[in-house]
Design a protein around this ligand. Structure first.
Ligand SMILES: NC(=O)c1ccc[n+]([C@@H]2O[C@H](COP(=O)([O-])OP(=O)(O)OC[C@H]3O[C@@H](n4cnc5c(N)ncnc54)[C@H](O)[C@@H]3O)[C@@H](O)[C@H]2O)c1
Length: 272
């Protein structure tokens, strides 16, 4: 059901790689809710070409940009305003990549070049985007920026390795920049801490399948899927959440507030 929550709003959506991507679902919902937006991803990710399907479906243009390049981000924000015919109202940061995870390197033996690459791609990219947008004055007052994160920023998950530290940095950037951008331009910045989700980035994590089932057994509502995450992001882009900023918001079916569930106790052999 659509409510026209984003009618007249202009956006930039990063990170739609294929139809499993959280960003893909956000783009579909934003389109349903009346927004116009541009899609962007790293040029290398475009080779698969799937993003063209989404662009056609949502009647949007694609502007390639490597999120680690200030130059390419400047071009993205400049061109997006030209294409959309005005300043931007919402931005989705849906970018994550760890070479240490990809190469299955244990946390204590992290390769530091890979670590720095992970920080640049997955955390500093948010700072760069915000800094570029602020310099260009590209975001409207009461505009909303959402970045996706994971609870490993607060609690340790051994297999999440360097991405845990990187997500902690991402959440901190959202708070710090949220202060400055809020004060000067009333731009809101939040992170959404999402359940394990079956996407390319998610499934790249060692033991993801078992962990997905574990989280699902803990959360009273079960794991939140990508489509419901998209719904939540839409509310944060809308005017209904105008006073929400600098928050890390859990979207996880109650997982983060549950110590243990009876389902997990039963799996451990404890009788009810
Ligand atoms: N899948 C999960 O379990 C889960 C859980 C919580 C949070 N998240 C977060 O959600 C976000 C989106 O991930 P997803 O699960 O939809 O996976 P995904 O693999 O579909 O999306 C990750 C995206 O990052 C893009 N990207 C990588 N390097 C880039 C660069 N240099 N410049 C621009 N884009 C680049 C990729 O091309 C891809 O589109 C990530 O921040 C991820 O950490 C995922």
């Amino acid at each position: 059901m659509a409510y026209n929550l984003l009618k007249g709003k202009r956006g930039i959506i990063t990170g739609a790689l294929d139809e499993n991507s959280i960003a893909w679902k956000v783009a579909e919902k934003a389109h349903e809710e009346g927004a116009t937006f541009v899609l962007t991803n790293a040029p290398i990710a475009m080779r698969m070409g799937e993003i063209n399907v989404l662009a056609k479906k949502t009647n949007s243009q694609i502007i390639p940009a490597d999120a680690t390049s200030v130059e390419e981000l400047t071009n993205l924000f400049t061109q997006a305003q030209e294409v959309l015919g005005g300043k931007i109202d919402f931005v989705l940061h849906s970018i994550g990549m760890s070479v240490n995870i990809r190469k299955n390197i244990p946390y204590t033996e992290s390769n530091y070049d890979y670590f720095q690459k992970g920080i640049d791609v997955s955390a500093l990219s948010l700072h760069k985007m915000l800094s570029v947008a602020k310099k260009l004055d590209a975001i409207n007052e009461w505009g909303s920026v959402v970045a996706l994160t994971y609870m490993a920023a607060q609690r340790t998950y051994p297999f999440y390795t360097d991405m845990a530290d990187i997500k902690a940095m991402l959440e901190s950037i959202a708070r710090s920049f949220g202060y400055h951008y809020g004060l000067e331009k009333k731009v809101r910045i939040n992170t959404v801490s999402q359940s394990p989700t079956k996407t390319t980035a998610g499934s790249g994590i060692k033991g993801f399948g078992d962990f997905y089932d574990y989280a699902d057994a803990i959360a009273p509502l079960g794991n939140a899927d990508a489509a419901s995450c998209a719904d939540y992001c839409i509310t944060l882009f809308s005017d209904l959440t105008r006073m929400v900023t600098m928050q890390n918001l859990f979207h996880d079916g109650g997982y983060s507030s549950t110590g243990v569930s009876m389902e997990v106790m039963t799996k451990l052999g404890v009788e009810q």
